[in-house]
Every structure is written in C-alpha cells, then in structure tokens.
Design a binder for this molecule. Sequence first.
Ligand code: HEC
Length: 444
Amino acid sequence: MGMNTIASSLVVVTLVVAASGCGGDGAPQMSEPATGAADGGGGFVDGGTLGPAGGDSAVPTMRTEPDPPSNAQSCVPDPAVFERDILPILDARCGACHGETTQAGAPFALTDYAAMVAGEPGKRISDRTFAALAQGTMPPAGNLRPPPSEHDMLVGWASCGQEQPEYPTGLVASRPIFQAPVEPPVGTELVELRAERFALPAGTTDLYQDFFFDGVVSDEVFVRRMDVAVDRPRVVHHITLHYHGDATNYLYAWAPGTGAVEFSDGGLRVGPQDGFRVEIHYNNPTEVDEVDSSGVQLWVAPPEGREYAMLDPATFAIQVPPMGTATAEAECVAANDFTIVAGMPHMHEIGDTFLHTVTRADSGQTETLIELEGWSFDLQFFYSMPMEIRTGDTMTIRCGYRNDKDRTVTGGLGTTDEMCFDFIYVTPRSASSPCGNGFGRGLP
Ligand code: HEC
C-alpha cells in the first residue's frame, strides 16, 4: 500500500496542561480551505472547529419542509408547456419512480397535467415538485439530478415563470453537526502528536505517511476530545489517528471542514501499552517545496464514564465510468447491540451523495442514519446521529458519485481515486470488532 514509516525519534511529543478559559490553543477557527492560496504566514490553523451556526456558508443546510412557490395562490402552470417541455423531462429524470405505475415508494405519478395541478394551491403536486427541486431533495440520493437547464425549466414552469431558485449544489444533510463545545473539558490535559517539520518536496503526490508515538501516557486515560492542528492546509489532504499496530482501529479522522470531536460523558480508552499512529495524507503537486508540522491534539482525563470506539464501515468497490454516475454499496450485520453517537461520512472529489441506513432485524423497516446530498470535499463534518443498533440489524452505506472526468474512477487511496467511508463513534467499545471489518472491503 505504499505506506512509509518514520521512526518516532523524528517527531516531538508535547504534553501541555490545557488551561480552561484560555484563548490559546483551544480557540476555534475555520480551517483554511485546502486549495486556498493564502497560507497565513506559517501560523498554525486550528483544526477547523466550526463557530456557532448561522451565516457561515460552510455549514450544511438542514433539510426542512420545502416551500412552494410564493405565487402559488395565483399561478396556474401552463398545460401546453407541460405537454411539450415538462413531461419529457419528468419522464426521463423522475419516471423510473414517478411513472404511471409508481415505483420505489414514490407517492404519486408525474405524468398527468390535471393531477399535477389538482387540489389546494400551495399543496398541489406542481407546488411540491417546485419545492423538491428548489431544495434539491428530489431525486433521492444516488440518483442523477436534472441538469441545470432542465432544473430551470421545471421550476420556471411550476412557478409560472415567477421564481428561479438556484440549482441546488450546496451540501444538504439530514442530521445536525456534532458540535464540540468551544472549550475543552475542564480537568483534561492536552497531548499533541505532531509530525514536526516534515519535508514535502515539490511534486510529492499522494504520500501516505505514518508517524508513530509510543509511551505517550503513563496511566490509563480516556481521550475526551480530539482535534487537529493543520500547519500547511495546502498540502494536508486528510489525517487519521489509529492505535499503533492496529491498521483497522481508528480513533479519529479529519478531512477539510471537520471540527473537534468531544464526548460529553466518556471517551476512548488509551493505556501505557497503546501507542498511536498518525497517518497524514499529503499532496503537494505544485512546484513549491513545503515543510509541514501538522498533527493531532488529544485532551485526556482519568477514565470515567462511557467507553467509545470508532467503527469504519467502508467499501473500495467503486467504479465510476467517464462522464457518468455510479453508486457503491456495502453492508454489514451487527453482531451485538451498540449505540451510535456521531459519524463522519467520507468520500473524495467526485462524491455526490451519501446514505447510511439501518434495516431492523425484527421489523424489516429501514431507517436513515445519515443522508447527505451535494457532497463537497471541503465540507466534511461529524454529524450527530444517535441511534441504537440491535443484534442482527443491517447497516448499509451507499455512496453516489458523479464523474466529470474522461477516465474511469475507481476505489483507492489516491486523491483522484474514490473512497466510501462512514467513521462512526459507537459505545460500548466491545461492539467495534464485529462490524468494523464486516464490510468485506479490501484495498484494491
Ligand atoms: C429513485 C426513485 C425516485 C426518483 C428517480 C424520483 N423520486 Fe420523487 N420520490 C420518491 C420517493 C420514494 C418519494 C417519497 C419519499 C420522499 O419524499 O422522500 C418521492 C417524493 C417526491 C415528492 C413529494 C415530496 C413531498 O413530500 O412534497 C415530489 C414532489 C417528488 N418526489 C418529485 C420528484 C421529481 C420532480 C423527480 C425527478 C426530478 C423525482 N421525484 C425523482 C422517489 C423518487
């Protein structure tokens, strides 16, 4: 897999007592975008903890009840335009489910003008179609959206030419962000695991570099909070934290956008025998040499409360044709009961939609754990997704891709390969083995 290893002597471990109330290391900022030209003169950029929600373009939209067109009371969409322009689009883009015989649980057909405009203005199918398109909630995740020109025709028709909502490209999430408090928990100590002054000569692409940190703690502790310190955002693609020696056992994952994670009632257990492996995925395709000192920050405390672990449902069985779309799917059956608290879906640049569902063993019903539309590599968050999983329940992850390149994109580790992961925190820790490797993935 081309992993490189570096002796721990090359890295510096610092142990600092976190002063609660101090505005230093723990102060949240937005991370700079990975593609940003400005690099802030070499100062550390704290790991992208989000400020309070509101007004920040980087915050995904929560799905809400869609609004009909504002002129719904007076608008009667044109029947002739429907027959000539709209019906062919609905047929092509929506007909698989909203055809004369509806499929896949679609509530109505989108084939008949009279039915589209029947009923109370604001609640007609034409109004709901407008709303679903304006919000980007239809077609469902994993299905191809009508292209912008068709989108404009549909919303224009349904609002009698009055409204032209923007093509929905922003990130839409079915769950709120798992927001860590601004200040680390009182009584915790800060442990920094940094790859000090790591050289990235110009033209270094897709380097997965391991840094090992052993003997970091002398007593058993719980990691209560985790964050990253990104030094040179331009070259850091993503960072993962693992127990040393256990390739599959994650503690934390960071990609552009991700903020701090904090457990309100416990943490991840680490003992003197556990080392850490920090894996940093660097990418410096430019002509400029770079030196980076990024790393992970841990806030630790004596072991009290609930013990968590990270599970990583994933698949690398991804194949997206040139200029086409595809989905990758994997599932696993829970071998015991556990509780999910939060998770971070992860894909790369041509990711489009993400869906993680749970199908109950007893009722056969499927519930959505998390659904994302309008994926952006620069907006990767942990979402709050509390859910009880019971033995026999099936977890399914499904990633949708939209390939704008003229080559096939497959699963793999490179920046231009694709991934499909959901990094989820579960409790108790003993639940982490049965499902963690149950997805049968294998690196290509
Ligand atoms: C893969 C199947 C599928 C496709 C393709 C699809 N839909 Fe749907 N649609 C559904 C299902 C299932 C529901 C009901 C559940 C829901 O609302 O998510 C639904 C619900 C709707 C609703 C009702 C939403 C509401 O509650 O007001 C509208 C309107 C709609 N679809 C419009 C469209 C349009 C327009 C397209 C094409 C651009 C489309 N759908 C494509 C499956 C589909």
